[in-house]
Design a protein around this ligand. Structure first.
Ligand SMILES: [Zn+2]
Length: 290
């Protein structure tokens, strides 16, 4: 299929009350494995990279591979830059061929967040690229963005509408208590009422600005379903994929210590990642929605 940005994909998800998974990858093997799951489940899907792997591999390389794989796939696939806190790097990735860009200026005050996000929105919209902004801060560690638990601030529903309109974003990531990394408790405190209120204010009559849930790893299936039912339309999962990758690699090498065939290791890792993503697609309800 032709390359797509995230906006129409997520407006449809919001209207039909399912979510599209957005999965962090750091190399081509993972990219192929994630797309394989989308194809087998006939699901739309978002591949995302954080800033460090994007800079390491080079955005042109990532976008180049994405372009080939997305056009071969019979389902819509979007390439998203996650949590860039540099306006210039957002533009670099937009020029390279990413189709959705997240400018995370949430550490700044409200007005500065709007200004930086607006600059990225206008640049990207001229190029047919959609933009995600963040209001409030998600605690934990996501690549270069580190937010301590006692510094995290939840998204103010009364400010969400103003932020979304003034910054001209396509997607809003409201902080509602989810966290990056591994949750310290099996039952993290999430503010469902806050999400519901934001969804009502922003998307009440008709979906306009789909909502993004960060920190998907470690939430129970029931919590994920509830977040989706309350309006979460893009669901970010990063840490779980890192665990699958490292654990599968470790186990495979442990069991095949006398084997020196990286291709077989790639196959084992790919299969584990594909299975992980297929489970998420079932959970989020995006299967057969391509
Ligand atoms: Zn995030």
């Amino acid at each position: 299929m032709p390359k797509v940005n995230a906006k129409d994909m997520l407006l449809k998800a919001t209207a039909e009350n399912y979510a599209v998974g957005a999965f962090n990858v750091t190399n081509i093997i993972q990219m192929k494995a994630v797309i394989a799951a989308a194809v087998s489940k006939r699901s739309p899907l978002i591949i995302q990279t954080s800033v460090t792997p994007s800079k390491y591999l080079q955005p042109e390389v990532i976008a180049g591979v994405y372009s080939i794989l997305a056009e071969q796939a019979p389902v819509p696939i979007c390439l998203h830059l996650d949590h860039s806190d540099e306006v210039d790097y957002c533009k670099t990735c937009a020029d390279a061929g990413y189709t959705n860009i997240m400018i995370d200026a949430s550490k700044h005050d409200f007005e500065e967040n709007i200004q930086q996000t607006l600059e990225v929105s206008r640049y990207c919209h001229d190029r047919g690229i959609s933009v995600e902004g963040e209001l409030g801060t998600v605690c934990g560690i996501e690549d270069q963005v580190v937010v301590a638990e006692d510094e995290a601030q939840l998204c103010d529903p009364d400010k969400a509408q103003e932020f979304a309109l003034k910054s001209e974003i396509d997607l809003l990531a409201p902080a509602i208590g989810t966290a990056h990394g591994v949750y310290k408790t099996s039952n993290p405190v999430l503010d469902f009422d806050r999400l519901e209120k934001i969804a009502e204010i922003i998307n009440g009559k008709e979906p306009r600005i789909p909502l993004v849930i960060h920190g998907g790893t470690g939430l129970s299936d029931d919590v994920v379903r509830r977040l989706v039912s309350l309006g979460g339309a893009k669901f970010n999962v990063s840490t779980e994929l890192k665990h699958v990758l490292i654990d599968t690699t470790y186990d495979y090498i442990g069991e095949h210590r006398d084997q020196y065939n990286p291709g077989k290791l790639d196959v084992a890792v790919s299969a584990a990642i594909t299975a992980c993503i297929e489970r998420w697609i079932d959970l989020l309800g995006s299967g057969d929605k391509a």
